[in-house]
Write a protein that binds this ligand. Structure first.
Ligand SMILES: [Zn+2]
Length: 136
């Protein structure tokens, strides 16, 4: 019987799964409608394409779990048409959900460190010995 998901559920990055996109879109319905929801929905979907299939599962779960808290956060933010909501919520949702996007950065004196491209959290804050990327 055809119709089931193909067994190719091993991670290849760069393709968000249709079900995953649907899941985060559904989850985004828990947010206040309008620009905020649209914006987060776009972010969720674009995040998915950065992840492998297994990570997309985890991401969907975290989005679904995180939406109530996010909804509270955006509701408690005074809405002003002049002030984009993302500027007043301190960290991007994906960072609150601990999905940082680590990138290599360098101190002015040339020392390399990992930093989140979104919230600028530095990897290794408070802990050492984590080497995700080996760049000489
Ligand atoms: Zn971050």
């Amino acid at each position: 019987m055809p119709g089931g998901p193909s067994p190719s559920l091993t991670g290849f990055v760069g393709h968000s799964r249709p079900w995953a996109r649907r899941a985060v879109r559904l989850a985004s319905l828990g947010l206040p409608r309008g620009e905020v929801r649209d914006r987060y929905r776009r972010e969720f979907v674009s995040d998915l394409s950065d992840l492998g299939a297994h990570a997309q599962v985890a991401y969907c779960v975290r989005v679904v779990v995180g939406v109530p808290a996010l909804r509270l956060a955006v509701r408690n933010t005074p809405s002003s048409p002049l002030e984009p909501i993302m500027a007043t919520t301190t960290r991007p949702l994906r960072c609150r959900l601990t999905f940082h996007r680590w990138e290599a950065a360098h101190t002015p004196d040339g020392q390399r460190f990992d930093r989140c491209a979104r919230c600028h959290k530095e990897r290794g804050d408070g802990r050492t010995g984590f080497s995700g990327l080996a760049i000489g």
